[in-house]
Design a protein around this ligand. Structure first.
Ligand code: HEC
Length: 131
């Protein structure tokens, strides 16, 4: 391979890697199969990372939240019907306004997927809060 060809081949490779990283994983499925152990791991990660904002049942009423500040209220996860790929994306990347922490530098992908399993099965099976 000539030097020029090698350069263009690596540019091509690099750009396809970048492109694949930019795809929104909304349709992504949990790569870990659900099990009582996975849900337990997800629950304990949820308790240590999410409860402060989303509350113990995910209702958006955690102790760190200013209840009077309705505009910045964390989501009610028990009511949400977002698919698991979207839930993963939110956990991984966080969001701006209202602010949610991004967890990509705080957990592994497997840990984030364990939380996704807990959020989309255990929390959602709780009866919804009284209106
Ligand atoms: C600093 C407070 C804070 C922390 C910590 C936090 N969140 Fe959030 N979260 C928010 C806010 C605020 C929103 C946006 C609410 C809105 O869209 O109006 C949100 C939105 C979400 C959403 C999208 C809403 C939906 O309908 O599905 C998901 C999922 C979510 N959070 C899950 C989590 C999980 C799981 C954790 C722990 C790993 C977590 N959050 C930690 C504040 C927080």
């Amino acid at each position: 391979m000539t030097f020029k060809k090698r350069v263009s081949a690596s540019v091509f490779l690099l750009s396809s890697v970048v492109a694949s990283l930019c795809v929104l994983p909304a349709n992504e499925k949990n790569p870990l199969s659900s099990s009582p152990e996975l849900l337990k791991k997800g629950e304990s990660l949820f308790k240590s990372n999410c409860v402060g904002c989303h509350g113990p049942k995910g209702l958006g009423d955690g102790p760190d939240v200013d209840k009077k500040d309705r505009a910045n209220r964390p989501a009610n996860l028990a009511m949400s019907r977002n698919p698991e790929g979207v839930v993963f994306y939110k956990i991984w990347n966080g969001r701006g306004e209202p602010k949610m922490t991004a967890f990509k530098s705080r957990m592994t992908k497997d840990e984030a997927w364990a939380v996704v399993a807990y959020v989309t099965s255990s929390l959602r099976s709780q009866p919804a809060a009284a209106p």
